[in-house]
Design a protein around this ligand. Structure first.
Ligand SMILES: *Cc1c(COP(=O)(O)O)cnc(C)c1O
Length: 376
């Protein structure tokens, strides 16, 4: 029996042709195709967008554009991939966590309010499993404190909140195009921003901080070769080769979301009567992207179900060990017991396979295996 992973890219012949066309062209790295991908993304997100080399680079660049540095703090969720917090630490900022809401496992606005201090510069929700965070209330909490709302939407491209696309709501929104995410460029990421001057900062940061516009020069221009660095950046550029894949994938985004939703509905219909598990909750004002289908396994049976399914070639996964329990964060003084809702969710969470290429008979194999484990 073939192994079924929890997530997987979907690559079409059109995707392959788009990449090969760039390989035959004069330009491989950041050029006209990156620009076209940015135009397309900006249209889909209804917000100006810049692409970078990964979701982690997107977070680093967004935090940089928000002005984060030593003495500043962000408040974020412990139930995320470690990059959400780590990127802020690499700018010298401090990370505070606030607990999550019990239904969606997204950052709780009330907990954020309690965690904020005079140093808080940004509130950073993550759209866990592709379900948009409580963006309206979080935005109000952030605004009241003069902080920015920076949304890590690595799970949520194509999701909607109050019928607006994720990417058009927070001050800055970041995306990842890693192969398990909804659309892929192999490795890649993007930042959208309501304020275009923030995006100019992102663009400069991704290309070493190089300034090429003569009216901004600080040094005297000695010749047409002149370019200068006023604030250092990094190389976070996406090559045109990968942008071609992203552009082609973006055309398939709504189809991907529809397929994910159909698969999620099938899981709901076929698993809702199983006593030992709870299915993911969906709020009425959102359209989730269904990046993950995360069930809660009750009564301490998560590990047994994980081992059983893996033993049957079903690639279930656990998202995530809360970030504050990682050794690097325990060393900063975080302790077990600080965020009880996230911690108890972690004990129960299990992600079932969900991706556009998951065939009906493969999904039914997963469903039978889960039902079988509980003797139904
Ligand atoms: C995938 C992911 C990232 C990192 O994205 P990369 O493209 O792998 O660097 C950050 N945050 C979350 C929530 C993610 O799921």
């Amino acid at each position: 029996m073939s192994f079924i992973p929890y997530g997987r890219q979907s690559i079409s012949e059109e995707d392959i042709k788009a990449v090969v066309d760039v390989l035959r062209s004069d330009w491989l790295t950041t050029g006209p195709v990156v620009e076209a991908f940015e135009t397309d993304l900006s249209a889909v997100l209804r917000t100006p967008t810049v692409v970078v080399s990964s979701g982690t680079a997107a977070l680093h660049a967004a935090y940089y554009a928000a002005g984060l540095g030593p003495g500043d703090e962000i408040v974020t969720t412990p139930l995320t991939f470690v990059a959400t917090a780590a990127a802020a630490i690499h700018l010298g900022a401090e990370v505070r966590f606030a607990d999550v809401q019990a239904d969606t496992l997204n950052l709780d606005p009330t907990a954020v309010k309690h965690a904020m201090t005079d140093q808080t510069r940004a509130v950073v929700p993550v759209d866990f499993a592709g379900h948009p965070a409580d963006l309206g209330d979080l935005q109000a909490v952030a605004r009241d404190a003069g902080a920015m709302l920076i949304e890590d939407a690595s799970h949520a491209i194509g999701a909607r909140y109050d019928d607006r696309p994720v990417g058009s709501i927070a001050d800055l929104t970041t995306f990842s195009f890693h192969p398990v995410k909804t659309i892929t460029t192999g490795e890649g990421g993007a930042v959208s921003a309501l304020d275009p001057t923030l995006l100019e900062t992102v663009k400069r940061f991704r290309n070493h901080g190089l300034v090429r516009n003569a009216v901004e020069f600080v040094l005297e221009e000695e010749g047409a070769w002149h370019q200068e660095v006023q604030k250092t950046g990094l190389n976070y550029r996406m090559p045109d080769i990968l942008a071609a894949l992203g552009r082609s994938q973006l055309q398939r985004l709504s189809g991907f979301i529809d397929t994910r939703q159909t698969l999620a509905e099938h899981y709901h219909e076929t698993l809702e009567d199983v006593d030992g598990i709870r299915l993911p909750h969906r709020r009425r004002n959102v359209q989730p992207a269904w990046h993950l289908f995360t069930i809660r396994v009750l009564e301490g049976r998560r590990k047994a179900l994980f081992d059983d399914l893996r033993g049957q070639g079903i690639g279930v996964q656990v998202h995530y060990l809360p970030v504050h329990l990682q050794p690097a964060f325990l060393e900063m003084g975080f302790r077990r017991g600080m965020y009880p809702i996230a911690e108890s969710a972690y004990e129960e969470l299990l992600s079932l396979p969900l991706y556009p290429g998951l065939a009906k008979d493969q999904q039914d194999r997963v469903i039978s295996a889960v039902r079988g484990h509980f003797g139904c």
